[in-house]
Design a binder for this molecule. Structure first.
Ligand code: SF4
Length: 376
């Protein structure tokens, strides 16, 4: 394994790998948080690690429990509808993860008879499984000495070896994976990998590393400095894009409001939403709501009123979403992706987080208030 020496201030050749691994695993077994997926099979490791990407463990627990109760095996997941899978993911964000998991479960059933493959080459061919998830499945469920690097591991290694590259630069990523490959032990690789992740999540935290109780302190170069939080080095900041969107909640005179299904690819792909447009320059929310109804539903609406404003950040976008109510008497254009839904049934549809806030504003306003808002 070649590690570019110019980026490290530590001699990996002389690193006491076995001693470090034993100490870390011992610490992990005594200090790990109780989580439902410990000692779990390949399917549950796959589901939990997919949920944990870009999401905190405390947030994942309830979603994981509900998901596994409804889809306890890869076969159950493969035969579920996409709407049902997305509904179980609703609120977790990054919905491509759910769509890929669903698609990959179908492939595992079709190509491997429902048995999750146990080689890295086969795993990374499945949608949504990169080398991190493959490393977690292979090391935790199949006990293979395969490395993994997530944000927590990247932070721990960046500090231990005083990495002078941002972890998500191309070079930083290569060095981190090289270190992980070099350190992952033959014996108990799954516990070692989980120990690294747990160390980053609970001890070597971003702002306040608890070096005094860290099992890696004796191996850590940053610990010898005045301020370990100088690592990992920060990447150049990406420019935040500010956008204003408007969703229109169109109430039909027959009862119910319209939801539309988003295309399966792209942001919030496959989810449902109140018809939404990105506002143009000086366009008012009510003008944008009229345009959304016309462009997306083919409807001319009346009594357009602003009822909610929601702030939401996703990837590099900072979105201000205006919610407007409106009324229509005609029917919309014919499309399988347009549903007229009673206010009571809105909870059955998978919505992205900002749309959930609009839905909840409607539901919590009470039917009477909603009707008043619509001037019915
Ligand atoms: S000693 Fe401190 S900086 Fe180093 S790995 Fe442990 S918590 Fe992180």
């Amino acid at each position: 394994m070649i590690v570019p020496k110019c980026t490290l201030n530590y001699e990996l050749d002389s690193f006491p790998r076995n001693e470090f691994s034993n100490r870390l695993v011992d610490w992990y077994l005594r200090n790990r948080r109780p989580m439902n997926w410990h000692g779990a099979n390949a399917y549950s490791v796959w589901v939990s690690e997919t949920m944990l990407q870009q999401t905190q463990a405390a947030t994942v627990t309830d979603f994981y429990n509900r998901f596994m109760a409804s889809f306890p095996t890869v076969e159950c997941l493969a035969t579920a509808s996409e709407d049902s899978v997305l509904a179980h993911w609703s609120g977790l964000g990054y919905y491509a993860r759910a769509r890929n998991l669903h698609l990959a479960a179908k492939m595992v059933v079709a190509q491997y008879g429902g048995t999750i493959p146990n080689t890295i080459d086969e795993l990374v061919k499945l949608p949504g499984i990169g080398r991190y998830t493959a490393g977690a499945i292979l090391s935790i469920a199949f006990h293979q000495p395969v490395p993994l690097v997530d944000a927590n591991v990247a932070r721990v290694f960046s500090r231990m070896f005083m990495l002078d590259e941002p972890p998500n630069s191309a070079r930083g990523t290569n060095v981190l994976w090289a270190i992980a490959s070099l350190l992952v032990p033959m014996y108990q690789p799954g516990l070692f990998n989980q120990g690294l992740m747990e160390l980053g999540a609970t001890v070597c935290t971003p702002a306040e590393p608890a070096c005094g109780r860290c099992p890696a302190a004796g191996y850590c170069k940053a610990f010898e400095t005045a301020d370990p939080t100088r690592w990992p080095l920060k990447p150049a900041r990406k420019k935040v894009v500010q956008e204003t969107h408007c969703s229109v909640v169109v109430h039909h005179s027959r009862g119910g409001v319209y939801l539309v299904k988003r295309p399966s690819r792209g942001l919030w792909g496959g989810l449902w939403e109140f018809p939404r447009v990105v506002c143009n320059g000086e366009e008012t929310p009510c003008d944008a709501a009229e345009r959304a109804a016309k462009q997306i539903l083919g409807l001319n609406v009346i009594d357009v009123r602003l009822f909610a404003v929601v702030k939401h950040s996703v990837t590099r976008y900072s979105i201000t979403l205006h919610g407007c109510t409106a009324r229509a008497h005609q029917d919309p254009r014919e499309s399988e992706g347009i549903h007229l839904v009673s206010v009571e049934d809105l909870k059955d549809y998978p919505l992205a987080a900002p749309q959930v806030q609009l839905r909840d504003a409607i539901i919590h306003s009470g039917k009477r208030n909603f009707e008043l808002a619509l001037n019915l």
